[in-house]
Design a protein around this ligand. Sequence first.
Ligand code: SF4
Length: 476
Amino acid sequence: MTILTAMTLRQLSVCERRLWLDRYADTRLREVISPSVFAGGISHEQTVSMAMFGEATPVRTADWPEMVRVTHMLMARGAAGIQGAAFEYAWDDNTIIRGRVDWLRRAAQPSRLGAWSYEPVEIKLRQEVTPDDCVQLDLYLWLLREVQGVETSGWFWMGRDGDNRPRRQIEHSLDETRLKAAVERAVQVMQGDAPPIFLGGHCQNCPWRSACNETAAAARDIALLPGLSRQTWLHMQREGVRTLDDMLALPMAELSRFKGVGKIRALEMHTHARAVVTGMPVPRNPLPEDVLLPGVMLDLETRLDDGRVWCFGWRGASGRTQAAIVDVYCDMDRVKLPDGETVHIIPNSDTGWRLVLQAALELPGPVYHWGSFEKGVLRSTAPADVVAALDTRLHDLNRTFRQTVALPVRGTSIKKVAPYLGFHWPDGADVFSAWADYNAWLLEGDAPALARACAYNRADVDALALIWQWMVDNHV
Ligand code: SF4
């Protein structure tokens, strides 16, 4: 017997493979997804429920059949509202449909229950209704029709206003054709072989992410190609190009004819596939001459509350990695940290930018940084004369890296590239802990915390310097 839920149907448009894995895969391969991922939606639902219905106890008992029984009992009694109503009905001889509705609201329309009936309410944090939302509410309306014997409207309560009431209340009617198509497709997926892997943003909070990555790696699946669009992937699936080896067997000109590919992308895909298959870096284009020049390595840390720079990290002509932190109330201009390093203390970010400019004037090459972030921050926070002096000197090394070489790793963030080249950040160090440590220094003068924050920034600069050196040493 196939059991379908609203979640199953919602996932159809996102990833058919997930439906299949949920049903058949070994549950020990599932990763635990942090509850914080769902916390925003749950707390929104509770806030709106409270404003609209007041204090309520959802239908919650030990097991599913009991929840269904209690829901029927409350409906038969004519309860004004039922939170977390549970339903289960046979779609046909082989398929059961299950649904758990945010709220049922009693309506004046007579039904099999008596002089009343119920309308389902779906509470969403978003402002706009999506096609998946519609299928979900179709499913609830269909289940309710089976129980009540009449068709009612459903409601989306979208977003919330200053009084915690829904910003928009949108009426919805059952579209049986749409629901039937979704149910039939879901049954088809469940009865077929495992659908192919397409890795993307939708995998971020999927419990099967590691399992899919491992399966793709073992099969040298085309899903391993970073930035592969769904359009290109679908075209390749249709043409029987399923593995990196299939792809490498194609002449470059043929590869560039796939939807969304073209000449430049074909080269990127081809070199990346070769890197993965050989396990070695593969050159794409020669390194531009100016990138061979020694320059300043720059990394910035910005505040998580207002985006202003709180730490400048750089390595200049001295070859020493330095850091300057903004602390308006500290009257020292340097602090010796418990780990033996020294950090500059500056009153504002203008001073930090001038230190970077000074370092840039001592070297012939660019001011290297990773990604477009630093340039944006320069333009929005530095004094005009510093912007004029540095704007053309800043060089996004990540961009040049992508244009000149492919590594056998997925992604080109500095946290992917540097570890491949043997660099590792201090344990537990990340942008959030560095920000918390910096605040511990500001609020409590916590020097070990400041040392940790600076060590994180220093590691970013050192990683950048190592990548640049590797590019220069290995350029073609
Ligand atoms: S990891 Fe991605 S491809 Fe795999 S099941 Fe989840 S969503 Fe689908």
